[in-house]
Design a protein around this ligand. Sequence first.
Ligand code: ZN
Length: 140
Amino acid sequence: MNNNELKELEELRAYKKDRESLVCRLEEDNIPKNKINILGTEYTVELSKKLPDGLDGRTDRTTKVIEVCSTLYEEPKETQLQNLKAYADTVLRHETIHAILNESGLEQHTSELHKEEVVNWIAMQYPKMKKIFEKLGVEE
Ligand SMILES: [Zn+2]
């Protein structure tokens, strides 16, 4: 891991810690905004009260905004997934992967690689892949 990657990791850890504290005091008109550097491009990560079409998250490559539905960070109702936090993290990973692919020139409407199925697969499996690479000592 080089210095830039290390700095990005530290920023991400600081962001996650900051996000958790911000989510705790989320209010109607005080939606937290956070910045994250994605392959050299600054994105804003926002919690949105309501996204269109029942989406849980979305990435806008034109405005460089990643949105995650704020209700995923609320206490789950009986009818919902009980570990919403884990699901919310997967949603944020999913949207971040969209941004990474976009910033790599692999835009969703033009690239065969940038498909929802591929993005879902990476978002779901990344934590396990990371552990495997760490155990093998080949995470860089
Ligand atoms: Zn998607």
